[in-house]
Structures are given as structure tokens and as C-alpha cells.
Design a protein around this ligand. Sequence first.
Ligand code: PAF
Length: 282
Amino acid sequence: MTATTPQQISDLPTLRAAVAGWRAAGETVALVPTMGALHEGHLTLVAEAKRAARRAVVSIFVNPTQFGPAEDFARYPRDLGTDLAALAAAGADAAWTPDAATMYPAGFATRIAVEGLTDGLCGPLRPGHFAGVATVVTKLLNQVRPDIALFGEKDFQQLQVIRRVVADLDMAPEIRGVPTIREADGLALSSRNRYLTPDERRSAPRLHAVLFDIAGKARDGAPVAGPVAEGVAALEAAGFTVQYVSVCDAHSLAPVARVTGPARVLAAAYLGRTRLIDNVPV
Ligand code: PAF
């Protein structure tokens, strides 16, 4: 593929003018929202965006409102130069790189909170996180006004929350989830994997292996409690501090005791200081 440098845009009037120009030419637009530190998972989303629409905009904004006070906002990896080079190789048309003052100008006071879907899993463990995500994604969708926006399934609860917001607020874009991209040993790609020490990196694929095992045992409608308890024990034996392992309805994210329809096995666990999440379909 020929690398064309994406147009880097940091102010809203320029973004709106670029998108309006494409629209005037009859071109469709896709958005891939990111916080930068791009990896193959993001670039897969960009490739899918380019298949889905003529133009692909990738937003890069480390959103402060979705990080808790004790979380890794300050140390979250930021390397715009490397990200722009990766986006050039991936064929993105524009990188939307607003600063915090553009996203949250003085007087900003709106917060979008989604009920129900955020009651379990990461919701209670990261208070305010999903409201931060829902609010920033709504802003990004309103800024770019794409035909379609693409999100990785690795953040499965986030994806369902965004689908809910878009449906509830009568927003136009199609929301497409894209399957998780994994290392050869099963570890889900994540910008946070770079925090792992070499020892932790060796243990990290256990998370996917355990979820995959639970999904296999849950598939025949057997009670999920036993396999989940075994999975938690296996993760703790491998050095994880488990926050949750749960089998949930794939749409409502309510926990299920047995799988009778589309379901997902989801987990969050710490390896050292690094919090990993992952999920697999049943
Ligand atoms: O998944 C992410 O990278 C972020 O949560 C998102 C969707 C870009 C919102 O800041």
C-alpha cells in the first residue's frame, strides 16, 4: 500500500470543512475513535473503516474523564509521531487530534450516563468511566458525523454502552464491533500491554486461555458457576489478581447461570500493576 500522510487536524472548523468537502464530493466517512498508542488492533479497525467508507478519520485523544483518580491517565502512552506514521501506512485520510480545551472548553457541564449496562463488570470497579466514554464518543460522533464508527470488541462493555447511547439518542452512525486482534499466544492486543514486565507478559495469555476454556464448557447449557470458579483459581495460580470472571448475556450484559442464547465470557484482572480485560463469545 502507498503511504499517504493523513491530514492532521486539531481544530473543529478545519475538521468540519474537511468532512464537508468529502460530503460535497459524495464520499462516505468512517470514524475510528482511539486514544493513540496505536497497535495492530487499531490498524485493523482502520482497514475495516477503509472498506466500509471512502474516507477514514481516526481520532486520537487521551480522554481524561474516563480515567479514575488512581488510574494511569498521566502515564498512558502518548507518541503522536509514531501514530501518524502508522496511520499513513494504514491509509487513514485524517487524524483528528483535538486538545483537552477543544474537547472540554470552560463551562463544559454535560455528562451522558448509561444505566443498566454499566451496573456490572467494569462499571462499579471504575466509577465514572463509562460516562466519560459515552460523553466523549458522543462528542466525537457529533464532531465528525461519520456514516459508520468502528470499535474493537476487546472493550465489549464499552461497545454495548456506545450502541445504547447511539440508539437512545437517535444518532445516525452505524456502530460496528470488530473482533479482537490477538498475539500468536492469544493475548489480546492492548496499548496497556507495554506496561507488562517480561515475566508478566509470559503469564498474560492465561487470561484468554481461561476464558476460552470456560466458553467451551458453557456452550452446552451446563451451569457456568463451576467452570468460572475453576477459571478464577487458575488465574490466581498464574499470578493474576482477579476482579471478575463472568458469563453474561451478550446484549444486556446481565450475568447468566447457564447459556441459552448469545453470551460472552468477560474478565478483568491485574498482573502486577497492569489491568487487563478480555472477553470471548460463547
Ligand atoms: O477505546 C478507547 O480507546 C476509548 O475508550 C475511546 C472509545 C477512544 C474513547 O475515549
